[in-house]
Design a protein around this ligand. Structure first.
Ligand code: GLU
Length: 294
């Protein structure tokens, strides 16, 4: 089977050394294996994403010599693909509308703080307490008919029951037993956009035939629910290779706000593409042992 990797940046800022490293890993693995390297623009967050950043990211990748195969896929051009999958999940009773605001959720969590066993924590903090999962069908219908703002959530327990035990493999971290409840009833379509990161990344990796997902270990926990979705939808599960994140000497992760860490700034300072890649690889090689497994 031909290896297919991808780099999937969100165009919310210029390419920086950390994301350039991520792109290099995907490119290098594909080229080494005579496979395909794809670029996908993850711009479902239409308020934060900008076309200028998309252009500058692609220009920086080209300057770095990280050439990609085929057309760039832009997620905002494919909302219909995610909508179709959402409908399939909905038809199986796996999705429910959630009308809660952030304040509603915070209130609910505070109320359950008296009974700590009632609220569960995930990798990003307390999990959604499931308030809207328990709404009566009639109330759900009337609130939808009234046009009340809502997101859609996956009923994780139901999904877990349908799928049963599952696992995935990460080249560096080894085998993981799937934890379908790790993210609770996660958002599958946001209030402001008809999909979510978890849904669109799963659908696209499948549609694009990605066989090896290379990305930062900051999203390793998400893989548990991506694989859950793959199992629900009868998709192949790719192999994963979550890599270390670049940090500054103080151990702080590079972020888009660190202007001097952008590829543009390094180019302006006179570095060659080879020097930039070496710098990124050197920074990762000097990191200590991998972070704990989720
Ligand atoms: N758009 C995501 C990011 O920029 C990509 C994560 C992934 O590769 O799945 O973090």
């Amino acid at each position: 089977m031909q290896m297919v990797t991808r780099f999937a940046p969100s165009p919310t800022g210029d390419l920086h050394l950390g994301s350039a490293y991520s792109a290099w890993v995907g490119w290098h693995r594909a080229r080494e294996a005579g496979g395909r390297f794809l670029v996908r623009i993850e711009d479902i967050d239409i308020r934060r994403c900008r076309r200028e950043y998309e252009q500058s990211i692609l220009a920086d990748l080209a300057w770095l010599g990280l050439d990609w195969d085929g057309e760039v896929r832009r997620q905002s051009d494919h909302f219909a693909d995610y909508g179709r999958v959402l409908d399939q999940l909905d038809a199986r009773g796996l999705v429910y509308p959630c009308f809660c605001s952030r304040a509603d959720i915070a209130r609910e969590l505070a109320a359950s703080a008296a009974a700590p066993h009632a609220s569960r924590h995930g990798p990003d903090g307390p999990l959604y307490p499931g308030t809207c999962r328990h709404l009566a069908a009639a109330e759900r219908r009337s609130r939808l008919t009234a046009g009340e703002e809502h997101c859609l959530r996956l009923d994780a327990e139901k999904a877990a029951e349908l799928v049963g035990p599952y696992h995935f493999e990460d080249e560096t971290h080894g085998r993981f037993e799937g934890q379908p409840l790790l993210m609770g009833d996660f958002v599958i379509a946001r209030k402001d956009t008809p999909t979510s990161y978890h849904l669109s990344v799963t659908v696209d990796d499948h549609l694009q035939g990605v066989t090896l997902v290379t990305r930062g270990e900051d999203v390793l926990a998400s893989t548990h629910v991506h694989v859950l979705l793959q199992k629900l939808l009868d998709y192949e599960t790719p192999l994963y290779a979550h890599h270390r994140l670049l940090t500054d000497p103080g151990g702080r992760r590079f972020a888009k706000r660190d202007r001097d860490m952008t590829i543009g700034a390094m180019r302006a300072a006179g570095l060659t593409p080879g020097q930039v890649i070496d710098r990124a690889r050197g920074a990762v090689a000097s990191l200590a042992a991998p972070a704990a497994r989720p």
